[in-house]
Unconditional design. Structure first.
Length: 410
């Protein structure tokens, strides 16, 4: 008899964005004449910048000639890309990261989901609430939690993000071995200061804990005081792993390229207390389970780090940030409390009613899709997330429709 992994049965029925897509598809089928405006999932809409397209074409052309054709590449990524990332993303900001500490992959979703394989079954895991659901669901699948009840899994430590703490949770008040942090935050758009991030690094050092730092949205930071990488913080190299992605920063959601940084001195511990290199473990896993990102995609990715590519990506991001600013301004004018949208593509709005009821109201009365905050955790109830990744026209039309139906709050 083929038995299943029973832990999958603890999962909520479907992945948040699959659930939303199903509801939107049902509405679209019933209302074929309504143009649906999507400010829900954080999926980019603008084309890849020209410098990236040129490099992508060159990569494809190289694959068409025997002299330049390439088969399997290095699983961790080509040196030309890893060196560009180390130099441009980290060393240029004073963060000590070497090219061989970078693992190129096909997505930060996969990497943040897979990394938990390196850790023991019985570690204590902390996640923020609200949270990107991948961190939670992959630990559920791995059997690190109990059952789901009242919006939470038994066995996980939830670090509450609330209006009172500006959606930047405090350090855990109970023992924890592994913590997931994401800044600029998905879903709230909140940012973390250098001082607050330093407190996390000090905490991790003191407790022999590990921080999984998701920096997929760092390119949206405009305030020069905000750290882009946890490796800008002294001491982080021993206690942190960082995840980056070109999905939102360079329009790669459909092209696929991300990278994970594991410093050589970053360690976990064996049952006998000896320290073990997490870089070595992930290297072992990566070479066993992954065969590298395709050459043309890596070639395209390297163009992101050229002066031309940088400028074009910044322009792309500026456009999304301008959308975010208009979304936030619209809700603030209507009297709603908002977070994010300034150093982030997400605007987190206190909707003043049940999150799913608000989602349904926007969909059925305005044909506008948002993401209900409760889908990111119990602390997201009463909130909705708006993504700024539409075209300016889509965003403006959505805001015009929303102004007509969303009640003003005093
Ligand atoms: C989101 O909308 O939260 C993101 O698109 C999810 C992701 O990047 O996987």
């Amino acid at each position: 008899m083929i038995r299943i992994n029973e832990h999958y049965r603890k999962l909520t029925a479907s992945y948040l964005f699959a659930d939303i897509a199903r509801r939107v598809a049902a509405y679209a089928e019933a209302n074929p004449h309504t143009r649906i405006l999507r400010l829900g999932i954080g999926d980019v809409t603008q084309p890849l910048p020209p410098a990236i397209i040129t490099a992508f074409h060159e990569g494809v052309e190289e694959m068409a000639r025997a002299e330049t054709f390439r088969g399997y590449g290095p699983e961790q990524g080509y040196a030309f890309l890893r060196e560009a990332i180390a130099r441009e993303d980290f060393q240029s900001r004073g963060a000590q990261v070497e090219a061989d500490e970078i693992f190129v992959s096909d997505g930060a979703k996969c990497d943040t989901g897979n990394i938990q394989e390196l850790f023991a079954q019985d570690i204590r895991v902390a996640v923020p609430d609200p949270v990107y659901p991948v961190y939670v669901d992959t630990n559920v699948m791995a059997g690190r939690t109990g059952a789901f009840a009242a919006g939470r899994y038994a066995g996980l430590v939830y670090l509450e993000g609330t209006k009172a703490n500006g959606f930047v949770p405090d350090l855990p008040s109970v023992p924890v071995d592994l913590v997931y942090l994401c800044y600029p935050n998905n879903p709230t758009g909140a940012i973390i200061t250098r001082e607050a991030l330093s407190r996390w690094v000090d905490w991790a050092q003191e407790h022999q804990a590990l921080i999984l730092y998701d920096a997929a949205y760092e390119a949206f930071i405009r305030d020069p005081e905000i750290p882009h990488s946890i490796f800008e913080i002294p001491g982080a190299r021993k206690v942190a792993i960082e995840f980056r992605s070109l999905s939102k920063t360079a329009g790669f959601t459909g092209t696929r390229l991300a990278y994970t940084v594991i410093p050589k001195e970053c360690v976990g511990y064996s049952a006998d207390g000896t320290s073990q290199s997490l870089h070595a473990l992930w290297h072992r896993r990566h070479t066993t389970k992954f065969n590298g990102v395709s050459y043309p995609v890596q070639k395209a990715a390297a163009a992101v780090f050229t002066p031309e590519g940088r400028a074009q990506c910044q322009a792309l991001i500026d456009g999304y940030l301008a959308n975010a600013a208009r979304i936030r301004a619209c809700f603030e004018e209507l009297g709603y409390f908002c977070v994010g949208g300034d150093n982030s593509p997400y605007v987190w709005v206190e909707c003043g009613m049940d999150s799913w009821a608000f989602f349904d109201m926007l969909l059925t009365q305005a044909g506008v899709v948002c993401t209900p905050g409760v889908g990111f955790g119990a602390c997201g109830e009463g909130y909705a997330r708006f993504s700024a990744f539409g075209s300016p026209e889509t965003v403006d039309e959505a805001l015009e429709r929303l102004r007509r139906i969303v009640p003003a709050r005093s």
